[in-house]
Design a protein around this ligand. Structure first.
Ligand SMILES: Cc1cc2nc3c(=O)[nH]c(=O)nc-3n(C[C@H](O)[C@H](O)[C@H](O)COP(=O)(O)OP(=O)(O)OC[C@H]3O[C@@H](n4cnc5c(N)ncnc54)[C@H](O)[C@@H]3O)c2cc1C
Ligand code: SF4
Ligand code: SF4
Length: 365
Protein backbone atom coordinates (compact mmCIF):
# COMPACT_ATOMS: atom_id res chain seq x y z
CA UNK A 1 0.00 0.00 0.00
CA UNK A 2 1.17 3.54 -0.70
CA UNK A 3 2.11 5.68 2.24
CA UNK A 4 3.09 9.32 2.48
CA UNK A 5 6.83 9.92 2.27
CA UNK A 6 8.08 11.77 5.33
CA UNK A 7 8.41 15.49 4.82
CA UNK A 8 6.90 15.30 1.33
CA UNK A 9 3.21 15.95 1.74
CA UNK A 10 1.33 14.96 -1.37
CA UNK A 11 3.99 12.52 -2.66
CA UNK A 12 3.79 8.74 -2.23
CA UNK A 13 6.34 5.95 -2.44
CA UNK A 14 5.30 2.43 -3.43
CA UNK A 15 7.01 -0.83 -2.47
CA UNK A 16 9.43 -0.60 -5.36
CA UNK A 17 10.51 2.82 -4.16
CA UNK A 18 8.96 4.52 -7.18
CA UNK A 19 7.22 7.77 -6.47
CA UNK A 20 3.73 8.57 -7.68
CA UNK A 21 1.99 11.84 -8.11
CA UNK A 22 -0.79 12.24 -5.54
CA UNK A 23 -4.31 12.67 -6.84
CA UNK A 24 -4.57 16.12 -5.30
CA UNK A 25 -1.43 17.45 -6.95
CA UNK A 26 -1.97 19.99 -9.65
CA UNK A 27 0.05 21.83 -12.27
CA UNK A 28 -0.84 25.40 -13.18
CA UNK A 29 -0.39 26.01 -16.91
CA UNK A 30 -0.23 29.71 -17.71
CA UNK A 31 -1.25 30.33 -21.33
CA UNK A 32 -3.64 28.32 -23.48
CA UNK A 33 -1.86 28.47 -26.86
CA UNK A 34 -0.59 25.34 -28.59
CA UNK A 35 2.19 24.99 -25.98
CA UNK A 36 -0.12 25.29 -22.96
CA UNK A 37 -2.68 22.93 -24.51
CA UNK A 38 0.05 20.41 -25.36
CA UNK A 39 1.54 20.58 -21.85
CA UNK A 40 -1.86 20.00 -20.22
CA UNK A 41 -2.77 17.10 -22.54
CA UNK A 42 0.64 15.50 -21.96
CA UNK A 43 0.16 15.82 -18.18
CA UNK A 44 -3.29 14.23 -18.55
CA UNK A 45 -1.72 11.19 -20.23
CA UNK A 46 0.38 10.87 -17.05
CA UNK A 47 -2.85 11.17 -15.02
CA UNK A 48 -1.78 14.54 -13.64
CA UNK A 49 -4.40 17.24 -13.19
CA UNK A 50 -3.82 20.72 -14.49
CA UNK A 51 -5.50 24.10 -14.69
CA UNK A 52 -4.95 26.21 -17.80
CA UNK A 53 -5.35 29.95 -17.22
CA UNK A 54 -5.64 31.90 -20.46
CA UNK A 55 -5.93 35.66 -20.51
CA UNK A 56 -7.71 35.81 -23.88
CA UNK A 57 -11.40 34.93 -24.32
CA UNK A 58 -10.50 31.84 -26.39
CA UNK A 59 -7.87 29.12 -26.36
CA UNK A 60 -5.36 28.49 -29.16
CA UNK A 61 -2.98 31.47 -29.00
CA UNK A 62 -1.60 32.97 -32.19
CA UNK A 63 -1.74 29.80 -34.26
CA UNK A 64 -5.51 29.48 -34.00
CA UNK A 65 -5.77 32.34 -36.50
CA UNK A 66 -3.65 30.71 -39.21
CA UNK A 67 -5.09 29.57 -42.53
CA UNK A 68 -4.62 26.07 -43.94
CA UNK A 69 -1.99 26.43 -46.71
CA UNK A 70 -2.67 23.10 -48.42
CA UNK A 71 -2.77 23.33 -52.20
CA UNK A 72 -3.11 19.98 -53.95
CA UNK A 73 -1.58 18.45 -50.81
CA UNK A 74 -0.85 19.33 -47.21
CA UNK A 75 2.24 21.53 -46.80
CA UNK A 76 2.74 20.65 -43.13
CA UNK A 77 2.18 24.13 -41.69
CA UNK A 78 0.80 22.42 -38.52
CA UNK A 79 -1.99 24.98 -38.04
CA UNK A 80 -4.64 22.26 -37.72
CA UNK A 81 -2.86 20.68 -34.74
CA UNK A 82 -4.12 23.57 -32.62
CA UNK A 83 -7.79 22.75 -33.03
CA UNK A 84 -7.07 19.08 -32.38
CA UNK A 85 -5.29 19.87 -29.08
CA UNK A 86 -7.99 22.33 -28.12
CA UNK A 87 -10.71 19.66 -28.48
CA UNK A 88 -8.54 17.14 -26.63
CA UNK A 89 -8.00 19.55 -23.70
CA UNK A 90 -11.64 20.59 -23.43
CA UNK A 91 -12.79 16.96 -23.46
CA UNK A 92 -10.42 15.78 -20.71
CA UNK A 93 -11.80 15.82 -17.13
CA UNK A 94 -8.25 16.14 -15.77
CA UNK A 95 -7.86 19.56 -17.39
CA UNK A 96 -9.64 22.64 -16.06
CA UNK A 97 -9.69 25.71 -18.26
CA UNK A 98 -10.26 29.29 -17.24
CA UNK A 99 -10.26 31.89 -20.02
CA UNK A 100 -10.09 35.68 -19.55
CA UNK A 101 -7.92 34.84 -16.56
CA UNK A 102 -4.41 35.88 -15.59
CA UNK A 103 -2.02 35.36 -12.72
CA UNK A 104 -1.84 38.52 -10.64
CA UNK A 105 0.19 37.49 -7.61
CA UNK A 106 1.83 34.69 -5.69
CA UNK A 107 0.64 34.71 -2.09
CA UNK A 108 2.77 31.83 -0.85
CA UNK A 109 5.53 29.48 -1.82
CA UNK A 110 6.99 26.52 0.03
CA UNK A 111 8.73 23.23 -0.78
CA UNK A 112 5.46 21.78 -2.05
CA UNK A 113 4.52 24.51 -4.44
CA UNK A 114 2.81 27.83 -4.85
CA UNK A 115 -0.40 29.53 -3.86
CA UNK A 116 -1.22 31.67 -6.84
CA UNK A 117 -3.77 34.47 -7.07
CA UNK A 118 -5.62 34.53 -10.37
CA UNK A 119 -8.03 37.13 -11.64
CA UNK A 120 -10.94 36.30 -13.89
CA UNK A 121 -12.44 39.16 -15.88
CA UNK A 122 -15.49 37.50 -17.45
CA UNK A 123 -17.40 40.27 -15.75
CA UNK A 124 -15.26 43.25 -16.74
CA UNK A 125 -16.94 45.54 -14.16
CA UNK A 126 -15.92 43.40 -11.21
CA UNK A 127 -13.06 40.99 -11.93
CA UNK A 128 -13.04 38.10 -9.45
CA UNK A 129 -9.87 36.99 -7.67
CA UNK A 130 -9.34 33.46 -6.37
CA UNK A 131 -6.31 31.53 -5.24
CA UNK A 132 -5.20 28.11 -6.37
CA UNK A 133 -2.56 25.75 -5.01
CA UNK A 134 -0.11 24.62 -7.67
CA UNK A 135 2.59 22.02 -7.13
CA UNK A 136 4.40 23.07 -10.30
CA UNK A 137 3.97 25.80 -12.88
CA UNK A 138 4.29 25.61 -16.65
CA UNK A 139 4.67 29.02 -18.24
CA UNK A 140 3.38 28.83 -21.81
CA UNK A 141 2.64 32.48 -22.40
CA UNK A 142 4.05 32.59 -25.92
CA UNK A 143 5.34 35.57 -27.83
CA UNK A 144 4.43 39.08 -28.89
CA UNK A 145 4.52 39.75 -32.65
CA UNK A 146 6.86 42.63 -33.46
CA UNK A 147 4.96 45.93 -33.84
CA UNK A 148 6.18 47.46 -37.13
CA UNK A 149 4.67 50.92 -36.48
CA UNK A 150 8.13 52.37 -35.78
CA UNK A 151 9.59 51.11 -39.09
CA UNK A 152 9.55 53.28 -42.22
CA UNK A 153 7.09 50.98 -43.98
CA UNK A 154 3.89 53.00 -43.67
CA UNK A 155 2.20 50.49 -41.38
CA UNK A 156 -1.03 52.02 -40.00
CA UNK A 157 -0.56 54.82 -42.55
CA UNK A 158 -1.44 52.79 -45.65
CA UNK A 159 -4.31 50.30 -45.36
CA UNK A 160 -2.65 47.82 -47.71
CA UNK A 161 0.58 47.56 -45.72
CA UNK A 162 -0.30 44.67 -43.45
CA UNK A 163 1.52 42.14 -41.30
CA UNK A 164 1.84 38.43 -42.06
CA UNK A 165 -0.52 37.73 -39.14
CA UNK A 166 -3.14 40.03 -40.62
CA UNK A 167 -2.75 38.27 -43.97
CA UNK A 168 -3.22 34.90 -42.23
CA UNK A 169 -6.56 36.15 -40.87
CA UNK A 170 -7.66 37.46 -44.30
CA UNK A 171 -6.78 34.13 -45.93
CA UNK A 172 -8.53 32.16 -43.21
CA UNK A 173 -11.70 34.22 -43.61
CA UNK A 174 -11.79 34.86 -47.35
CA UNK A 175 -9.43 32.36 -48.99
CA UNK A 176 -7.63 35.03 -51.06
CA UNK A 177 -5.59 38.13 -50.08
CA UNK A 178 -8.24 40.83 -50.54
CA UNK A 179 -6.89 44.37 -49.99
CA UNK A 180 -8.19 45.93 -46.75
CA UNK A 181 -8.57 49.34 -48.46
CA UNK A 182 -11.28 48.38 -50.99
CA UNK A 183 -11.56 44.59 -51.01
CA UNK A 184 -9.96 44.25 -54.47
CA UNK A 185 -7.60 41.40 -55.28
CA UNK A 186 -4.00 42.64 -55.52
CA UNK A 187 -2.14 41.96 -58.78
CA UNK A 188 1.27 42.59 -57.20
CA UNK A 189 2.23 41.71 -53.65
CA UNK A 190 5.55 42.29 -51.87
CA UNK A 191 6.67 40.40 -48.80
CA UNK A 192 9.30 42.13 -46.63
CA UNK A 193 11.14 39.57 -44.52
CA UNK A 194 12.91 39.97 -41.15
CA UNK A 195 10.78 42.87 -39.90
CA UNK A 196 11.80 43.17 -36.24
CA UNK A 197 14.18 40.21 -36.37
CA UNK A 198 17.92 40.10 -37.07
CA UNK A 199 17.92 43.83 -36.44
CA UNK A 200 20.94 45.14 -34.53
CA UNK A 201 19.34 48.59 -34.23
CA UNK A 202 16.53 47.07 -32.15
CA UNK A 203 18.83 44.70 -30.25
CA UNK A 204 16.85 41.80 -31.78
CA UNK A 205 19.68 39.68 -33.12
CA UNK A 206 17.70 36.46 -33.28
CA UNK A 207 16.10 34.85 -36.31
CA UNK A 208 12.38 34.27 -35.71
CA UNK A 209 12.66 30.89 -37.47
CA UNK A 210 9.08 30.75 -38.75
CA UNK A 211 8.53 33.71 -41.08
CA UNK A 212 10.47 32.49 -44.15
CA UNK A 213 8.53 29.23 -44.23
CA UNK A 214 5.29 31.10 -43.52
CA UNK A 215 5.86 33.59 -46.40
CA UNK A 216 6.72 30.78 -48.82
CA UNK A 217 3.71 28.65 -47.87
CA UNK A 218 1.39 31.66 -48.21
CA UNK A 219 2.99 32.49 -51.56
CA UNK A 220 2.41 28.91 -52.71
CA UNK A 221 -1.25 29.14 -51.66
CA UNK A 222 -1.87 32.45 -53.45
CA UNK A 223 -0.10 31.27 -56.62
CA UNK A 224 -2.17 28.06 -56.63
CA UNK A 225 -5.46 29.92 -56.17
CA UNK A 226 -4.70 32.95 -58.36
CA UNK A 227 -1.66 32.20 -60.55
CA UNK A 228 -1.66 35.63 -62.22
CA UNK A 229 -0.71 37.32 -58.91
CA UNK A 230 2.88 38.59 -59.10
CA UNK A 231 4.78 38.11 -55.86
CA UNK A 232 8.15 39.59 -54.84
CA UNK A 233 9.94 38.57 -51.66
CA UNK A 234 12.51 40.99 -50.19
CA UNK A 235 14.83 39.00 -47.96
CA UNK A 236 18.25 38.82 -46.27
CA UNK A 237 18.52 35.06 -46.64
CA UNK A 238 15.97 32.30 -46.56
CA UNK A 239 16.05 30.12 -43.45
CA UNK A 240 15.44 26.51 -44.35
CA UNK A 241 13.99 24.90 -41.23
CA UNK A 242 11.89 21.77 -41.64
CA UNK A 243 12.42 18.61 -43.63
CA UNK A 244 10.12 19.44 -46.58
CA UNK A 245 11.31 22.98 -46.88
CA UNK A 246 13.87 22.60 -49.66
CA UNK A 247 11.37 20.76 -51.89
CA UNK A 248 8.69 23.39 -51.29
CA UNK A 249 11.16 26.23 -51.89
CA UNK A 250 12.49 24.56 -55.05
CA UNK A 251 8.98 24.28 -56.50
CA UNK A 252 8.24 27.93 -55.76
CA UNK A 253 11.50 29.64 -56.68
CA UNK A 254 10.60 30.06 -60.35
CA UNK A 255 7.13 31.41 -59.61
CA UNK A 256 8.15 34.34 -57.40
CA UNK A 257 10.69 37.12 -57.69
CA UNK A 258 13.31 36.95 -54.96
CA UNK A 259 15.13 40.23 -54.23
CA UNK A 260 18.04 40.08 -51.83
CA UNK A 261 17.51 43.48 -50.22
CA UNK A 262 15.48 44.92 -47.37
CA UNK A 263 13.39 47.97 -48.38
CA UNK A 264 14.47 51.33 -47.01
CA UNK A 265 11.11 53.09 -47.39
CA UNK A 266 7.55 52.59 -48.56
CA UNK A 267 5.55 55.50 -50.00
CA UNK A 268 1.95 55.81 -51.11
CA UNK A 269 1.17 56.72 -54.70
CA UNK A 270 -1.92 57.60 -56.70
CA UNK A 271 -4.39 54.79 -57.43
CA UNK A 272 -3.81 53.26 -54.02
CA UNK A 273 -0.44 51.75 -54.96
CA UNK A 274 2.62 51.41 -52.72
CA UNK A 275 6.11 52.40 -53.91
CA UNK A 276 8.83 50.28 -52.35
CA UNK A 277 12.34 51.80 -52.34
CA UNK A 278 15.32 49.51 -51.87
CA UNK A 279 19.04 49.41 -52.57
CA UNK A 280 20.78 46.55 -54.34
CA UNK A 281 23.50 44.72 -52.30
CA UNK A 282 26.38 47.02 -51.42
CA UNK A 283 23.92 49.97 -51.74
CA UNK A 284 25.08 50.29 -55.33
CA UNK A 285 21.81 51.24 -56.90
CA UNK A 286 18.53 52.78 -55.72
CA UNK A 287 15.53 50.84 -57.07
CA UNK A 288 11.81 51.42 -56.83
CA UNK A 289 8.87 49.11 -57.55
CA UNK A 290 5.12 49.48 -57.08
CA UNK A 291 2.75 47.01 -55.45
CA UNK A 292 -0.92 46.77 -54.47
CA UNK A 293 -0.19 45.13 -51.13
CA UNK A 294 2.91 44.92 -48.92
CA UNK A 295 3.11 42.18 -46.31
CA UNK A 296 5.52 42.77 -43.43
CA UNK A 297 6.86 39.46 -42.12
CA UNK A 298 6.98 40.52 -38.48
CA UNK A 299 8.97 38.31 -36.17
CA UNK A 300 8.65 36.80 -32.74
CA UNK A 301 9.58 38.97 -29.76
CA UNK A 302 9.36 38.15 -26.02
CA UNK A 303 5.87 37.93 -24.49
CA UNK A 304 4.59 41.18 -23.02
CA UNK A 305 4.05 39.66 -19.54
CA UNK A 306 7.53 38.13 -19.29
CA UNK A 307 8.86 40.78 -16.93
CA UNK A 308 5.95 40.32 -14.49
CA UNK A 309 6.21 36.53 -14.68
CA UNK A 310 9.94 36.68 -14.01
CA UNK A 311 9.31 38.77 -10.90
CA UNK A 312 6.39 36.65 -9.65
CA UNK A 313 8.29 33.39 -9.95
CA UNK A 314 11.77 34.84 -9.33
CA UNK A 315 13.19 33.61 -12.62
CA UNK A 316 16.63 34.62 -13.77
CA UNK A 317 16.84 37.45 -16.29
CA UNK A 318 17.97 36.53 -19.80
CA UNK A 319 19.70 38.73 -22.38
CA UNK A 320 16.93 38.44 -24.93
CA UNK A 321 13.83 38.84 -22.73
CA UNK A 322 12.58 35.30 -23.44
CA UNK A 323 12.10 33.03 -20.39
CA UNK A 324 14.23 30.23 -19.00
CA UNK A 325 13.28 27.17 -16.91
CA UNK A 326 13.90 27.08 -13.19
CA UNK A 327 13.60 23.42 -12.17
CA UNK A 328 14.66 24.30 -8.63
CA UNK A 329 11.65 26.56 -8.30
CA UNK A 330 9.29 24.10 -10.01
CA UNK A 331 8.71 26.47 -12.92
CA UNK A 332 9.05 25.15 -16.46
CA UNK A 333 8.87 27.04 -19.74
CA UNK A 334 7.01 25.68 -22.75
CA UNK A 335 6.78 26.90 -26.34
CA UNK A 336 7.60 30.34 -27.72
CA UNK A 337 7.77 31.88 -24.22
CA UNK A 338 11.29 30.46 -24.30
CA UNK A 339 12.22 31.76 -27.77
CA UNK A 340 11.13 31.60 -31.42
CA UNK A 341 9.86 28.20 -32.51
CA UNK A 342 7.40 26.46 -34.80
CA UNK A 343 4.15 24.82 -33.74
CA UNK A 344 5.74 21.36 -33.90
CA UNK A 345 8.67 22.53 -31.77
CA UNK A 346 6.24 24.17 -29.33
CA UNK A 347 4.41 20.85 -28.94
CA UNK A 348 7.73 19.05 -28.34
CA UNK A 349 8.92 21.69 -25.88
CA UNK A 350 5.60 21.46 -24.01
CA UNK A 351 5.96 17.67 -23.81
CA UNK A 352 9.40 18.11 -22.24
CA UNK A 353 8.10 20.73 -19.80
CA UNK A 354 5.23 18.40 -18.79
CA UNK A 355 7.65 15.50 -18.13
CA UNK A 356 9.93 17.75 -16.08
CA UNK A 357 6.94 19.05 -14.10
CA UNK A 358 5.82 15.43 -13.51
CA UNK A 359 9.30 14.54 -12.24
CA UNK A 360 9.23 17.59 -9.99
CA UNK A 361 5.91 16.38 -8.51
CA UNK A 362 7.47 12.97 -7.93
CA UNK A 363 10.41 14.59 -6.18
CA UNK A 364 12.79 13.65 -9.00
CA UNK A 365 14.66 16.60 -10.54
C1 LIG B 1 3.55 35.35 -38.72
C2 LIG B 1 3.74 34.03 -38.09
C3 LIG B 1 3.39 32.91 -38.79
C4 LIG B 1 3.63 31.65 -38.25
N1 LIG B 1 3.30 30.57 -38.99
C5 LIG B 1 3.59 29.34 -38.52
C6 LIG B 1 3.33 28.18 -39.28
O1 LIG B 1 2.79 28.25 -40.39
N2 LIG B 1 3.70 26.98 -38.76
C7 LIG B 1 4.30 26.87 -37.55
O2 LIG B 1 4.65 25.76 -37.16
N3 LIG B 1 4.53 27.95 -36.77
C8 LIG B 1 4.18 29.18 -37.22
N4 LIG B 1 4.41 30.28 -36.44
C9 LIG B 1 4.89 30.08 -35.05
C10 LIG B 1 3.70 29.77 -34.11
O3 LIG B 1 2.85 30.89 -34.08
C11 LIG B 1 4.24 29.46 -32.70
O4 LIG B 1 5.07 28.31 -32.78
C12 LIG B 1 3.13 29.16 -31.72
O5 LIG B 1 2.12 30.12 -31.76
C13 LIG B 1 3.73 29.11 -30.31
O6 LIG B 1 2.73 28.70 -29.44
P1 LIG B 1 2.73 29.16 -27.91
O7 LIG B 1 1.57 28.47 -27.28
O8 LIG B 1 4.07 28.99 -27.34
O9 LIG B 1 2.47 30.73 -27.95
P2 LIG B 1 1.21 31.61 -28.38
O10 LIG B 1 0.60 31.13 -29.63
O11 LIG B 1 1.70 33.02 -28.33
O12 LIG B 1 0.16 31.38 -27.19
C14 LIG B 1 0.38 31.89 -25.90
C15 LIG B 1 -0.93 32.01 -25.16
O13 LIG B 1 -0.68 32.47 -23.84
C16 LIG B 1 -1.62 33.48 -23.50
N5 LIG B 1 -0.98 34.36 -22.48
C17 LIG B 1 0.04 35.22 -22.66
N6 LIG B 1 0.35 35.81 -21.48
C18 LIG B 1 -0.51 35.30 -20.55
C19 LIG B 1 -0.70 35.51 -19.17
N7 LIG B 1 0.08 36.35 -18.47
N8 LIG B 1 -1.68 34.84 -18.53
C20 LIG B 1 -2.49 33.97 -19.21
N9 LIG B 1 -2.36 33.73 -20.54
C21 LIG B 1 -1.37 34.37 -21.19
C22 LIG B 1 -1.88 34.19 -24.81
O14 LIG B 1 -3.12 34.89 -24.77
C23 LIG B 1 -1.88 33.01 -25.80
O15 LIG B 1 -3.16 32.43 -25.91
C24 LIG B 1 4.19 31.54 -36.95
C25 LIG B 1 4.53 32.69 -36.23
C26 LIG B 1 4.31 33.93 -36.79
C27 LIG B 1 4.70 35.16 -36.04
S1 SF4 C 1 -0.85 20.94 -41.68
FE1 SF4 C 1 -1.42 22.94 -42.52
S2 SF4 C 1 -1.56 22.59 -44.71
FE2 SF4 C 1 -1.65 20.60 -43.77
S3 SF4 C 1 -3.85 20.22 -43.51
FE3 SF4 C 1 -3.09 21.09 -41.59
S4 SF4 C 1 -3.52 23.26 -41.74
FE4 SF4 C 1 -3.63 22.41 -43.86
S1 SF4 D 1 12.79 33.12 -40.53
FE1 SF4 D 1 13.42 34.29 -42.34
S2 SF4 D 1 12.20 36.19 -42.24
FE2 SF4 D 1 12.11 35.25 -40.22
S3 SF4 D 1 13.77 36.25 -39.09
FE3 SF4 D 1 14.60 34.33 -39.93
S4 SF4 D 1 15.52 34.91 -41.87
FE4 SF4 D 1 14.17 36.60 -41.26
Amino acid sequence: MNRPRSGGAGRFVNRKGLTHVAADQKVLVIGGGIAGLSAATKLATLDIHSVIVEKAPILGGHAVQYACKATEKCVACAACIVEEKWRQALGDPRIEVSTRTRVVDVSGRNANGYRVIIENSHDSDSPAQTSIAADAIIVATGFTPFDPAGKPYGYQQFANVITNLELERILREKGLPYCPSDNRLPDQIAFVQCVGSRDAGLGHLWCSKVCCASALRITGLIKARRPETKITIFYIDIQTFGKDFNTQFGQLKNKVKMVRAIPADIFGSDKDRLRVVYFTPGEAQRCEESFDMVVLSVGITPGQDNRTLKELFQLLPTDTGFLEDSARKGVFIAGAAGGPMTIADSVASAGRAALRAANHLRGVT
